[in-house]
Design a protein around this ligand. Structure first.
Ligand code: HEM
Length: 575
């Protein structure tokens, strides 16, 4: 008996020693490995994408809460894994250091292509590189800067006039709507060289275009939450029928402009009066004459610059209403920078908001930047690349599949039915409504920005080939570990040095304009327009919220729009 007991103890001790030995050597090996490879520190999974769905109305705040818990985290979905990060080192790695591993991918392209074609916003690789190079050159020229400044000044004066009229004739001023119209007018004029005047609606053709542009932007944004759009597009019904009709209006208008300009320039190549400074004329002058290329490139600028600028200006005025002392300080700075002495008209004052005057408005610059930190116009930026999952297997509701797959055959057979037949039509509509309800879930079936190959982020977080990787400017702007304990406080002074001069932050911390090779191309353009508009408005008006008690929230969509718009009282300053 003792013999067996001793043998058992011996065997047990030997196994224990062996296990401890293995564990010890593994630990040593791990700590050696740590010297060359960073250790994973994160809880791998923060939840599932269904929690996003449940928190859809306050999605950006939900993401912020998650980022407070984990700088980098993974959300699981039945279709693919999503990695979100708020760590500036990771953002730098994705946007710059390992840029080639992360791209836009086909998800954005498919959603945007009907409106934006092959423009800079939608493409990757060589197509992107080519447009980026040509456009960067154009955007950096003094000619375009000068031309656009004049356009902004004129539109700022017009905007002030409309605000003044609305303040007298309406209970409140719907400032977001006016900003949308004013920024559309500006970007259109800089792009195509003609006035749309959507602010006053003086041209029927312009109004038609502006309405078509608004509707198609909305229908395009809708595709991000309504994955059944592919079915609707195929059947040409609902939002997709509306989009198609509106894109036709846009195309007819834009192609007419392009062809007229091409004809004029080729008929009188030496006529000096043909020389214009808008983007279309400048491209034509440098022998870029493909109408489709020109259409895509210019419409991309308009859509990139319009909603973002209008949304930021609205949040800015909202913050000024919430912090009246900051509104007073900005207005004072504007007056000092422009050295206004007499009572001037809107137009006369706007002409004084020169580059030199803008340079002196450092506090205004800081106040706008602080607005963008807390209310970034693009609240989340997703990355994608060619996924290892083939599109035809991931998106069964699209009619673009490889028809050899089983699923696509099923759907093709559905679509081949004469959809005039009422029962079939009813069934399809039911399916569409069902798909609409599950819109967010269906998003995952499509192919968003995904990393090309397995990778490890600087904080040690592993990213698998095929993962969707995103950073969240809305959350990053509110992180205490980036901005300090007062991260949630609106404080323009944080951007100023002791001499009151604006100090830039790392673009990997302040990510409102993205960073790296794909940093927003219109950043300087946007600041100039926002500063000119703000300076003119704050010179003439004091703004107050129409309803101080109303809780202002955002609409969860691609851009950070104020839900229900921004309704203000505008009081004309005296003297
Ligand atoms: C407050 C105003 C603006 C903000 C916050 C903003 C922000 C951004 C962001 C976050 C991106 C990256 C989006 C992505 O890759 O998914 C971007 C890209 C871009 N933005 Fe802006 N933008 C603003 C105004 C403008 C304006 C006024 C223009 C032009 C007139 C413009 C032109 C572009 C272009 C062309 C790109 C694509 C760059 C590329 O992919 O290489 N943006 N912007």
């Amino acid at each position: 008996m003792d013999y067996f007991r001793n043998t058992f103890y011996f065997a047990f001790s030997a196994i224990l020693v062996l296990i401890l030995g293995v564990l010890f050597s593994r630990r040593r090996q791990l700590s050696n490995d740590d010297k060359v490879k960073r250790k994973k520190r994160y809880h791998p999974v923060a939840g599932t994408m269904f929690s996003q769905l449940l928190n859809f109305n306050t999605l950006w705040d939900y993401m912020t809460d998650q980022c407070c818990r984990y700088k980098t985290y993974r959300l699981l979905s039945p279709f693919r894994s999503e990695v979100y990060t708020s760590d500036p080192a990771n953002v730098e790695y994705i946007l710059k250091t390992n840029f080639q591993n992360y791209g836009k991918g086909s998800y954005n392209y498919n959603n945007l292509k009907d409106l934006l074609g092959d423009g800079i916003f939608t493409v990757d690789g060589d197509k992107w590189r080519h447009q980026r190079k040509t456009s960067s050159y154009e955007f950096s020229t003094g000619v375009l800067r000068k031309f656009s400044s004049v356009v902004f000044q004129k539109n700022a004066a017009k905007l002030a006039r409309v605000v003044s009229e609305d303040a007298n004739s309406k209970p409140t001023v719907d400032i977001f709507d006016l900003f949308l119209k004013a920024t559309l007018d500006s970007t259109f004029q800089v792009g195509f060289g003609i006035q749309l005047d959507s602010m006053c609606g003086s041209s029927d053709e312009g109004t038609l275009f502006a309405n078509a542009f608004d509707d198609s932007s909305e229908m395009t944004a809708w595709r991000y939450v309504d994955a059944s759009w592919t079915i609707k597009r195929f059947l040409n019904i609902g939002s997709e029928a509306k989009l198609k009709k509106n894109v036709k209006v846009i195309d007819e208008f834009v192609y007419k402009l392009i062809h007229t300009k091409i004809d004029l320039m080729s008929n009188s190549p030496n006529d000096a009066s043909m020389k214009k400074d808008d983007i279309l004329s400048r491209f034509l002058a440098s022998n870029v004459t493909d109408p489709k290329y020109l259409r895509d490139i210019i419409l991309n600028f308009i859509i990139a610059g319009r909603d973002t600028t209008a949304a930021t200006l609205s949040w800015f005025l909202y913050m000024l209403c919430k912090h009246p002392h900051i509104q007073v300080t900005v207005a004072q700075e504007v007056r000092e920078a422009t050295r206004v002495k007499d009572n001037l008209s809107f137009e006369e004052f706007a002409a004084l908001v020169t580059e030199e005057a803008l340079e002196k408005m450092q506090y205004l610059h800081a106040a706008i930047t602080e607005t963008l930190r807390l209310h970034p116009a693009v609240p989340m930026v997703i990355f994608a690349a060619i996924s290892f999952i083939k599109h035809n297997k991931t998106c069964f509701c699209s009619y673009k599949f490889d028809s050899s797959t089983h699923l696509s055959e099923f759907h093709w057979s559905m679509f081949d039915v004469n959809h005039q037949h009422r029962t079939v039509q009813k069934l399809l509509l039911f399916l569409i409504e069902f798909a609409k309800t599950l819109g967010i879930v269906f998003l995952a079936l499509q192919d968003p920005k995904i990393c090309f190959s397995d990778d490890t982020l600087p904080d040690g977080f592993d990213v698998k080939k095929g993962d969707m990787v995103a950073y969240v400017p809305y959350a990053m702007g509110r992180m205490k570990f980036i901005w300090g304990d007062d991260a949630e406080v609106y404080r323009p002074e944080r951007w100023l040095n002791k001499d009151g001069v604006f100090q830039n932050e790392s673009p990997f911390k302040f990510t409102a304009f993205q960073a790296g090779p794909r940093i927003c191309l219109g950043k300087e353009f946007a600041y100039r327009q926002m500063k000119i508009f703000s300076a003119v408005l704050l010179q003439f008006f004091t703004f107050k919220l129409a309803d101080e008690t109303k809780v202002v929230n955002y609409r969860t969509m691609i851009n950070l729009h104020i839900k229900g718009g921004l309704h203000l009282h505008a009081f004309l300053r005296t003297g």
